[in-house]
Write a protein that binds this ligand. Structure first.
Ligand code: SAH
Length: 419
């Protein structure tokens, strides 16, 4: 499944449906789930995004800690979960689907869990607040510009979605108007009116999606204003974010997580480092100036183009990026008898493959640092590794990248035994 499926709103990768975890709020003593009328979110129960919406933040953290210890504690020590100081409005990417209703007029929000009914949402506890305000402003502009909302059933109408991406460090803002056609009436005036309300917007993009699909973004992007991309800084490096680029949605926590991943790697200057499932290269480029060489591998061609661009943008000359299946790439490397000192792996929620893990072991790295957003598949992969090879899990640290949801990001250090 692709990243931009509209039904799921909260997850890191956006592509995977939420897997119910073992401990759920409401089933735990002391976390009785509030009824819908009592909930702090009016969309609670319909949206399906925040299982922990009415659970106190400290309690959320202790539930997640317990989940991780139960699931992964048998592999090695699970350090205390790293939470957020301000756990609200952390999402730097916000998406809204637009809908026309005879009674209510134009509404915007998200699909009700498991359906294509739109739940109207003006502000969300998780989402960047400015992004929410921009979406409401756009909704209010549509009728005065006589722009018709797209109807999923008939295929008539123009306006489908808005996506807003905000760069945490640089403050740049990208607005993507997703429409069924490239012909957007009075587009210059529309953009002018929007910029008048939000002069901080850096770029406005018209994305054309004329397919009957639950994917949010189509493949064609037309820049209406600005550069067509924004840049953000993460761990001291700049990254280009274009409409489809994958970028962690919680920048504050991602920086902390990456710092731990770097610490786990325990670099030395001569190290050859692999960044597998590298996306736009963020982990590898964070490591690059501490080591001899970085090799990144990723399946998505656009992401690799971004990674190459990002290396240049940051004047990094010791990083090479390859577009390939991570498993196949590692098998090839292992067959050529190559060696790596440190391997980072950050696979999607489905986890890695035995072929990938076998090949990593052939490269005999001193350290393997596994970043995971799917604790269940992490457990499966660790089980495979430690039962077959002379490696052990030294330490694991959970990070709360997704407050109010049940998701947890985990970084694990796996080393050769007796090293
Ligand atoms: N490390 C990056 C991206 C992690 S998301 C970051 O932190 O930003 C996981 C990435 O794995 C996605 O970019 C996805 O496109 C990529 N991916 C999925 N399956 C893959 C495969 N079989 N081989 C290589 N990359 C894959």
């Amino acid at each position: 499944m692709s990243r931009e499926v509209a039904k799921v709103k909260i997850t890191k990768r956006q592509e995977a449906k939420v897997q119910p975890t073992k401990v759920q709020p409401g089933k735990e003593a002391g976390t009785k789930k509030a009824s819908r009328t009592q909930s702090r979110c009016p969309a609670s129960g319909q949206c399906g995004g925040c299982r922990y919406i009415d659970v106190e933040y400290k309690k959320q953290l202790s539930l997640k800690q317990k989940m991780m210890e139960e699931l992964l504690g048998r592999f090695g020590p699970v350090k205390p979960i790293v939470g957020m100081e301000n756990p609200e409005h952390y999402r730097n990417k916000v998406h809204a689907v637009f809908h026309f209703d005879r009674k209510k007029g134009i509404t915007s929000g998200i699909y009700e869990e498991g359906t294509h009914k739109v739940v109207s949402i003006d502000s969300c506890l998780l989402e960047n607040e400015k992004a929410d305000r921009i979406i409401v402003a756009i909704r209010n502009m549509l009728s005065s510009f006589k722009i018709r909302v797209y109807d999923e059933d008939t295929g008539y109408g123009l306006f489908r979605h808005v996506m807003v991406r905000t760069a945490h460090k640089t403050g740049q803002v990208m607005v993507i108007l997703v429409c069924a056609s490239p012909i957007f009436p009075s587009k210059n005036n529309f953009v002018k009116a929007l910029l008048k309300q939000f002069p901080e917007i850096s770029t406005v993009i018209l994305n054309v999606n004329d397919k009957k699909t639950s994917m949010v973004l189509g493949t064609r992007n037309i820049t209406l204003y600005g550069k067509g991309y924004i840049e953000d800084e993460l761990c001291g490096k700049l990254y280009k974010l274009s409409p489809p680029s994958f970028y962690q949605i919680n920048s504050v926590q991602t920086e902390k997580l990456y710092m731990k991943a770097m610490e786990y790697a325990g670099f030395s200057r001569k190290d050859v480092v692999i960044d597998a499932y590298c996306g736009i290269g963020t982990i590898g480029l964070t490591a690059a100036d501490k080591v001899q060489k970085v090799i990144g591998v990723e399946l998505n061609e656009d992401a690799i183009k971004d990674a190459v661009y990002n290396a240049k943008r940051n004047h990094i000359e010791n990083a090479d990026f390859y577009c390939n299946d991570a498993g196949r790439f590692m098998v090839n490397m292992a067959e050529r008898g190559e060696h790596a000192d440190v391997v980072f792996m950050d696979p999607p929620r489905s986890g890695s493959t035995e072929a990938f893990l076998d090949s990593v072991m052939k490269l005999a790295p001193r350290r393997l640092v596994y970043v995971s957003c799917g604790p269940d598949t992490l457990a499966r992969d660790l089980e495979y590794l430690i039962s077959k090879y002379k490696y052990e899990v030294r330490e694991m640290t959970p990070y709360d990248l997704f407050p109010f949801t049940e998701h947890v990001e985990m970084v694990s250090l796996i080393c050769k035994k007796n090293s």
